[in-house]
Design a protein. Sequence first.
Length: 256
Amino acid sequence: MRRAAAKALGEIRTEDAKATLMAGLKDKDSRVRRAVYEALGQFREDDEAFEILGKAWREEKMYYAAGTAALAMGNSRHPRAFDTIVKGLDRPAHGNIITRNGLSALAELRDAKAIDLVKKYTRAGEPEWIRQAACNALGKLGDYLEDKRDDIRDILVLLLRDTNYRTKIGAIQGLGTMGDPKAIPELQKIQDQEPIGTFRRLARRTVKQIQEKVAERAKKVEQQAELDKLKDENKDLKARVAKLEGQVEKVLKKRR
């Protein structure tokens, strides 16, 4: 119930709602605190909410709650979020959850400067869970940053040949998240030639995912084009009405 209340308060996004959420920061249940952090992330570019999330990212003892604070900072798009998240990325945690969530949070900021930083966490020698998370984060960045898709695709395609199981899974997942049709030929190679069934099945699903994403984007472009057309027609109609009104006014003046 308390978690549901926190979520609702985050959707309201008023000062009173924020004050009520702050009271939940002292809750002994880390699941409630996680819900509070997530809700505070809905307060876009809010300094007070950001300070709370930054402190939780640095000091929260429960790792999953700290990870949620990072994701909330990413969602907040606060100007200081990038530097704050980066400073806490390498904090040790069970299952590397803090680093993993921090990488995902950087992707949510939709900032191109995160690409090179996230790429470093895909390299051999990093824990495999972190490498997988970094691949997924790159995929998110590629989805958000259309002009960077070629660069990110090149990174992920190279990782398709990695010998680490989770890294390869992450590379396939990242390409699916990015939704770049140029990646389909490489995925089809895995689908046709990979000896491990898990990779073949995932590649097959990812090709379908990309095709669906491309269709969805095309539909949005078409809808936007129709909306722009309606706006132009409306603008033209207003101009014609104004012209007619002017002509009517001139006729009425002559009759007077």
